[in-house]
Design a protein around this ligand. Structure first.
Ligand code: AMP
Ligand code: ZN
Length: 855
């Protein structure tokens, strides 16, 4: 006899009452006092006959039953270990399995499943007809439905079809219980069952153990997999909501999936794409065959590929997009699927990333996404954990934005710009991307400027623009020693105004220091190698530097003296005359209208100071030499901008060491910091490894390329008004102008009157010869072998230097500051060197001929 059940009436539409008919059964009662039995009045189920009742084990009953059935499988333990399910990187908790038994008439088979469910710890319901079955299923969405297909009391196939017609049913496993075929008769095909929507067939077996095994296999097999598939709905939702375009194909390139972003981008619906081979979808003919071959071989090896590919939109437009193709590997490393992800414009994506995540959070549980409709996903898993699903992708995206280098951001912007651009623009931008992706961003390829056989240019470039890394020991005096030595020997108590103390011939010569033709070498002579302090006083006073710095003329003179003393008078080229020469050129350019318009006083002061100190304590050797020799300075500055770092650092050490020469002493701290930064920036800009970087930055900021003839011109408003009026003179722009100014001044010697130009060429060559000799003597790498005293052609060295470093720079500078007089000297000097070169060649030829004749 059945026990007296407690009865609850539910409004929900489910029927649940039944009395045990097996009171004499040795098995535990299906309903004990703890059972809750609910009767659904809304369906009138309670009025139905006993046979239409359903029973349900409630959650709180499980423990009791399991305790009662100690001999049965320890389901709780099993579940404790096994209900965690991995789905890729997802962790899922599989809920307790629910079983619906649909048996027209209860018999030993239904009882066996009932007890098996009880033993296995599954929630179980039993109904007796199609209507109740559907009702119950819609309420509970059981993972397993076991349908009796042995009797004709209801149409099992029809029932299965109607269950399959409900949303989300694809995740339920439906099992047909069939009669055992007589041994002599062939088994009936399962095809009719499969086509009705059944997943499995269970040949009648009233053994409870067999039924339990069937349920266990279902739980750990199909039910678990369906549980995973259900979680995939959340992933599809994420894919549908992302602004990145996603396409998935199989290994044969048959499209399996495209997301909404992809559909929008390409202009085709997924129905038009999915199921087709990529080759059947209009492809852009702009993808190079070699590139496609590389991609295929890369993917075949299981390696992903990233780069620009063209796609053809529905409207026929070819669009470049940055694509990441990732092969998904199956068993044995075989590529099973290919995932194509192309990124949307980065900042749009960034914005979308945030709004996407909000959208997904808002919409979590909503079932009206395209993928849901298409495949009937129910969105349950999304609703179950919206936080994890939504936050993680967008946070990852935010993070990747933060670590993106500026150049990557630029590339992304260009990629995005290509998306909706005409083919010609895409092609031009492609070229841009190619250049941006190359590591030598600013250096022109050597071959485009000089042929490979031009050893002179190669040597100059190698010597001036690279660092070599041979670590050999060499002792060089550190900055501290130099300062102390010089300051103590050079500190007369100067008083009175400078001009009164200057010798008349120097005074006379300095009257011409505002001209480009000013003879710096004459000043060197008459000041007995003290051109810097003399020219410095003249120039600094003219630019009112003392009043800007709030320092006395005496402090200024002390400072100039100390700085000059720290130049090596023994250097043929890098001595204080070179510093004075650079100062002269700087001051000359500062007088140009363009610079007066762009610059503030502090730019002028910084430029004059930077020019004065820019090569202080130069050892007469190049950076490459110092690195190869493992000098103290190279070690101190990590082989990077060694000399320039030293010049800047030492300049400030010298200046601030003693009040008597500290020109910055009375400055406001903030002004000083800005001035110091500006000076350092300018001195570092003289490093030749950055030559093309500075040039190109200046050129791209100020010079517009004339689209028609490819010629360049400095940005200027119609009517030839000044740069300052039509191009924004931002602090960044001023930095580029200051760098260009000091660079032009630093290597202005080929643009000076011929006599000076020739003298400087001789001096630099002498310094290089001396370096080469020392390198040979010490067994160091010879960085510029062409600068060999015996064999070197100075004219050739000058034409190479001018062609490679000077011409373009001064062209740009002339267009900016307007200095035709400078260009005129450069051109005539270049011609002079070319003539000299030709004469040398002639002489060489004559010599070989006479040698040959004498033989
Ligand atoms: P700096 O050492 O600051 O004077 O930088 C200028 C660079 O250009 C130095 O490496 C010089 O050696 C080089 N340079 C300047 N004038 C010439 C010239 N006329 N011929 C060859 N190299 C030069
Ligand atoms: Zn210099």
């Amino acid at each position: 006899m059945g026990c007296a059940p407690s009865i609850t009436v539910s409004q929900s539409g489910v029927v649940y009452c039944r009395e045990s008919e097996e009171s004499n059964s040795p098995k535990p009662s299906r309903l004990n006092q703890k059972n809750q039995v609910t009767i659904n009045t809304s369906t009138g189920a309670s009025e139905k006959s006993d046979t239409s009742h359903m029973f349900q084990f409630c959650k709180d009953r499980r423990g009791t039953l399991e305790a009662e059935t100690q001999t049965s499988q320890s389901s709780a333990n099993m579940k404790g270990e096994m209900n965690e399910v991995d789905f890729g990187p997802m962790k899922l908790i599989q809920p307790q399995m629910q079983v619906l038994l649909v048996f027209g008439k209860e018999d030993s088979q239904s009882d066996s499943f009932w007890w098996a469910a009880e033993k296995g710890g599954y929630q179980c319901s039993i109904v007796h007809n199609q209507v109740d079955a559907l009702e119950c299923y819609l309420e509970k969405q059981h993972e397993v439905i076991i349908v009796d297909h042995r009797h004709k009391s209801f149409d099992a196939l029809a029932l299965c079809r109607s269950v399959r017609a409900t949303q989300g049913s694809q995740h339920s496993v439906i099992v047909a219980v069939v009669k055992k075929s007589p041994a002599d008769r062939e088994e009936v095909s399962v095809l009719s069952l499969l086509s009705a929507g059944f997943n499995r067939r269970f040949v009648e077996n009233t053994n409870t153990g067999a039924c339990l095994n069937e349920l266990l296999q279902l739980e750990h097999g199909e039910v678990k997999n369906h549980f995973r598939f259900r979680a995939a709905a959340a992933l599809f939702t994420a894919l549908e909501k992302t602004s990145d375009r996603v396409q998935i194909t199989d290994e044969q390139h048959v499209v399996q999936y495209v997301n909404t972003a992809y559909e929008h981008f390409i202009g085709l619906s997924s129905e038009e794409i999915v199921g087709k081979e990529l080759s059947d979808i209009p492809q852009s003919d702009k993808n190079k065959t070699e590139q496609m071959d590389t991609i295929h071989s890369q993917l075949k090896k299981g390696k992903s590929w990233e780069g620009t590919m063209y796609s053809k939109k529905k409207n026929g437009e070819n669009v470049a997009q940055h694509v990441n193709i990732i092969p998904e590997q199956g068993y044995g490393g075989k590529v099973r699927q290919l995932v194509y992800v192309s990124r949307n414009q980065y900042h749009q994506e960034f914005k979308d990333g945030l709004s996407d995540s909000y959208d997904i959070m808002r919409n979590s549980g909503v079932t009206d996404f395209k993928a849901f409709h298409k495949s009937g996903y129910d969105g349950c898993s999304l609703a179950s954990d919206p936080g994890n699903l939504t936050r993680r992708p967008s946070m990852a995206r935010i993070h990747s934005m933060m670590i993106e280098a500026p150049i990557t951001q630029v590339i992304n912007i260009i990629n995005a710009a290509q998306e909706n651009s005409p083919v010609t623009v895409v092609q031009a931008l492609d070229k841009v991307l190619e250049i941006l992706r190359s590591s030598e961003l600013y250096a022109p390829p050597l071959n485009s400027q000089a042929n490979e056989e031009d050893q002179m240019t190669t040597d100059l470039v190698g010597g001036l623009m690279t660092h070599s890394g041979f670590a050999l020991q060499r002792k060089m005096s550190g900055p501290e020693a130099t300062i102390t030595r010089v300051i103590s020997s050079l500190m007369p108590n100067n008083s009175g105004t400078y001009i009164n103390q200057v010798a008349p011939d120097i005074k006379q010569l300095l009257l011409t220091d505002t001209y480009w033709d000013f003879d710096i070498l004459a000043l060197e002579r008459i000041t007995l190698n003290r051109p810097l302090v003399n020219l410095g006083m003249s120039v600094f006073l003219r630019f009112n530097v003392c009043s800007y710095l709030n320092c006395s003329e005496t402090v200024l003179r002390n400072w100039l003296q100390v700085i000059e003393a720290n130049y090596h008078s023994s250097n043929p080229y890098h001595n204080s005359t070179h510093a004075a020469d650079v100062l002269h050129s700087t001051a000359y350019f500062l007088n140009k209208d363009k610079l007066k318009q762009c610059f503030q006083t502090y730019d002028e002061v910084a430029s004059l100071i930077a020019a004065t100190v820019h090569d202080v304590d130069h050892p007469g050797r190049t950076n490459s030499f110092l690195c190869n020799a493992g000098s103290e300075l190279a070690i101190l500055y990590n082989d990077t901008a060694v000399l320039e770092s030293h010049h800047a650092a030492l300049a400030f050490q010298i200046t601030t060491k003693e009040d008597r020469c500290n020109i910055f002493k009375n400055m406001d701290v903030t002004d000083y910091r800005l001035l110091r930064q500006t000076i350092i920036d300018m001195v570092l800009a003289t490093e030749m490894t950055k030559h093309f970087e500075h040039l190109n930055k200046f050129s791209t900021s100020f010079v517009k390329i004339n689209a028609e003839d490819g010629s360049s011109m400095v940005s200027a408003s119609p009517g030839g008004s000044s740069l300052a009026s039509d191009c924004l003179v931002t602090p960044q722009n001023r930095t580029l102008i200051r760098r260009m100014l000091i660079k032009c001044a630093d290597v202005s010697n080929p643009t000076k009157p011929q006599e000076l130009c020739v003298a400087w060429a001789g001096r630099i060559a002498e310094e290089y010869f001396s370096q080469t000799e020392e390198e040979k003597r010490r067994g160091l790498p010879v960085v510029m072998p062409i600068f060999d005293r015996v064999t070197c052609s100075i004219p050739k060295s000058q034409t190479s230097f001018i062609e490679y470093f000077i011409n373009d720079m001064f062209d740009l500078w002339d267009e900016f500051v307007d200095c035709p007089e400078v260009i005129a000297h450069l051109q005539s000097n270049y011609k002079y060197w070319k003539d000299m070169e030709a004469k040398e060649q002639e002489k060489k030829l004559e010599k070989t001929e006479s040698n040959e004749n004498s033989i």
